[in-house]
Design a protein around this ligand. Structure first.
Ligand code: ZN
Length: 92
């Protein structure tokens, strides 16, 4: 979907709603974010939304991907085991 093609219907009518940081929001704009508590720091992950104008399929992606490396230390976020692989206790 990030490449402008809908993965469900192959339409190229894909629109992105970029999340806007902080102040200056006007009618028709929005802020979408996820706050991550990593113990000593709280990080904000900004969410871009992609919608297919043909079938309505929707995807959300973190805009600031460089900050995704905080997830292993994030409080309340557990890595889930892929299907078919043995479960392990989460490391704390
Ligand atoms: Zn579609």
């Amino acid at each position: 979907m990030l490449d402008g093609v809908c993965p469900k219907c192959n339409s190229t009518q894909v629109y992105r709603g970029a999340s806007l940081e902080g102040e200056g929001l006007m009618a028709g704009t929005y802020t979408s974010l996820v706050e991550i508590n990593a113990g000593k720091t709280v990080l904000v992950l900004w969410v871009d939304t992609f919608i297919c104008g043909a079938c309505g399929y929707l995807e959300m992606h973190i805009a600031n991907r460089k900050d995704l490396n905080v997830l292993p230390q994030a409080i309340g976020w557990d890595k889930i085991a892929p299907l078919g692989l043995p479960q392990r206790e989460p490391e704390r």
